[in-house]
Design a protein around this ligand. Structure first.
Ligand SMILES: Cc1cc2nc3c(=O)[nH]c(=O)nc-3n(C[C@H](O)[C@H](O)[C@H](O)COP(=O)(O)OP(=O)(O)OC[C@H]3O[C@@H](n4cnc5c(N)ncnc54)[C@H](O)[C@@H]3O)c2cc1C
Length: 244
């Protein structure tokens, strides 16, 4: 059983209007794999406790802090607390790393297909950061990332920089609700045509990871199976009930 530990917030980063990242100091946090998550437990003065899972955003090696990224769910219990209350120096309970199948290690190789919806990009970012930090030539990788609007694209600067600097990384954004003038990326939900385009450029994926709201994950995973990818090469992680 993974023990509860105390995490201290080292810094708070505003990623988008509805998303913040938290750099954490967790002194005894063990080794983890990209794609794993932690459980967070908050305790109110009256003893009431709330517990939620958050994917690890930072890379397993080379990062000097454990990072999580939390999207605000307006009527939620825990995510508004992170957004409105948590400040540098605050502490809360955390345990991890947790999660087995939804992980990628450099040894698993590629080509690596990542498909994320909304905050589902978080564990995929840990994989991309891990991939970027490896020595030698990185595996071919593609991220197809669905957001409502350009403002809501988490880690946008870092992703665009990675794509600009790395010929072996292909970034495709699709904006489902609102596109800026002159937008040349995707402008609808992820569909077969979009996946075909990404896979044609990438090559047949050795592993695929799909993460996001439940409906998004189910639809993308069944498209990948319909396209003929072996089910055992497709890993999924569901964050919550709604669609992006
Ligand atoms: C393995 C795993 C990893 C996760 N990683 C992340 C992460 O990296 N970043 C992140 O922001 N979230 C992540 N989540 C989701 C997270 O655990 C919470 O569910 C989310 O923050 C909402 O919690 P809340 O207390 O604010 O809302 P709740 O009080 O639990 O829910 C409030 C309302 O919002 C709905 N709801 C709950 N979750 C979602 C959602 N994700 N999208 C839309 N509606 C929702 C509920 O059905 C309810 O109606 C992860 C979930 C899992 C299972």
């Amino acid at each position: 059983m993974v023990e509860w530990q105390v995490a201290t917030v080292k810094r708070v980063l505003v990623e988008t209007p509805r998303v913040k990242s938290f750099g954490l100091d967790v002194p005894d946090f063990g080794r983890f794999r990209a794609g794993q998550h932690v459980d967070i437990r908050l305790t109110a003065p009256d003893g009431y406790q709330a517990q939620r899972s958050y994917s690890i955003a930072s890379a397993p090696e080379g990062a000097d802090e454990l990072q999580i990224t939390v999207e605000l769910i307006e009527d939620g219990e825990v995510s508004p607390y992170f957004h409105d209350v948590v400040r540098e120096g605050d502490q809360f309970e955390l345990r991890g790393p947790i999660g087995g199948p939804f992980t990628w290690t450099v040894n698993q190789g590629g080509p690596l297909l990542l498909v994320g919806g909304g905050s589902g990009v978080v564990p995929l970012m840990s994989m991309l950061r891990r991939r970027a930090a490896r020595e030698g030539e990185p595996v071919e990788a593609a991220l197809l990332y669905s957001s409502r609007s350009l403002d809501e694209v988490i880690y946008r600067d870092e992703l665009e920089r990675m794509a600009g600097e790395d010929q072996r990384f292909d970034l495709s954004l699709t904006l489902t609700r609102e596109q800026p003038p002159g937008w040349s990326g995707g402008a609808r939900r992820v569909d077969m045509q979009m996946l075909d385009g990404v896979i044609d450029r990438l090559g047949e994926p050795g592993m695929s990871y799909v993460c996001g709201p439940t409906g998004f994950v189910e639809s993308v995973a069944s498209l990948l199976v319909d396209r003929g990818l072996a089910p055992e090469t497709i890993r999924t992680e569901r964050f919550g009930p709604t669609g992006t």
